[in-house]
Design a protein around this ligand. Sequence first.
Ligand code: GDP
Ligand code: IMO
Ligand code: MG
Length: 427
Amino acid sequence: MSVVAIIGGQWGDEGKGKIVDLLGEKADIVARYSGGSNAGHTVVNAQGEFKLHLVPSGIFHPATDCLIGNGVVINPKILISEIESLQQRGISIDRLYISDRAHLIMPYHPYLDELEETARGDSAIGTTKQGIGPAYMDKAARRGLRMGELIDRDLFQKRLRGFLGFKNQIITKVFGASPLSFDEVFEEYCGYADRLKPFVRETSLMINEAIDSGSSVLLEGAQGTMLDIDFGTYPYVTSSPPTSWGACLGMGLSPMKINKLIGIFKAYTTRVGGGPFPTELTDATGEGIRERGKEYGTTTGRPRRCGWFDGVAAQFSARLNGFSGIVVTKFDILDTCQTVKICTGYDVDGTILKAPPVNIDTLEKCQPVYEEMPGWQTTTSGIRDFTDLPKTAQQYVRRIEEIVGCPVDLVSVGANREQSIIINQIL
Ligand code: GDP
Ligand code: IMO
Ligand code: MG
């Protein structure tokens, strides 16, 4: 029995979906604990290539229960279309369960996300416009609607009427935009309620009982630590905790019940959306990484900004989460580099920082201090044993391990489930 959390160590898109799909075979439960359809998790296995936004990446294993926890904000329209597209491709969703405490993305959330982003002008966050920030705002403001209410028609009608009036005031009076119709929203959501009701459960009870009776569980993170609402590059962050504590919060789990915390890191760094990014490469090297790594957003299609491995952010992230081990993904994308660089400090006007500064104005000024290492210039995608990697490649992995301060348990050398070098068993 083991409970393992898979957590993004950087700015998201580290390859969490691939790793959860790989490890999911041994899990009785795979549970998504935070974020919403801002996430895009790509899985490539014998059944094909899949881009998941809300459904946990364990769905391809027929004996695994997949839970969407209370910490996730759910757009029912997107979830239903994801369920249908999986079914059309022959994937069973019979073991999917949704928390009755998960908050709903309502039509005014993406609408307000768009209006707020436009109003921010040059300082736009670059959100995915999925309504994530506005939905978590309503949750904190005690103005949210939950899955458990969606399936109780009278209660849903009563609460929606109150909230929609308030939201329409903001939409019309603050933004000068058109209001939403109560009848249209209510009718639309009643349809979703009928479709989703069979999946709704008290998932925290399910997961706790399963753990107590010896089940193996994978907790699937979304986004990455540097996008955390408290510890990320605020305000250029998401509105939930993608971190190890988010796993507890978003599933109703005690920290005492998690045995391993695994950080997922790309062998380099990417970021999509606005905000400071000290190791960003705006030259041909960055462009080369983007093209080889197919670094375009799964949810929005935006080109991802690319740069060298940021050891300062990685060490910060590992310390905060308390990672017991890490996975290095997309190692193969650096195969053609003559040399590779790792950032080990931030230089701000001659002072070397070893942790990210709190204010973005200072972070914007940070110049990366690099260590340069020889590249391996060998195709690694067919390698399955760590000792078969060229020495220089092994040295790069070991240096990351030293900087992050915990063992590298797995090196991923391709998008496919099998393209993995397992160093230590994770689950
Ligand atoms: P997630 O959001 O953390 O699940 O990551 P995404 O799925 O958004 O982005 C990772 C992308 O890299 C996906 O297209 C994956 O199929 C792909 N990928 C994952 N691991 C590897 C790897 O080791 N090598 C290569 N070449 N691609 C990978
Ligand atoms: P996965 O799970 C990468 C980024 C957005 C934006 C910021 C805020 O695939 O790793 P939001 O829509 O959440 O309010 O946007 O966060 N962002 C992600 N970047 N991967 C993700 O998820 C992301 N989810 C949100 O680009 O900069
Ligand atoms: Mg992604």
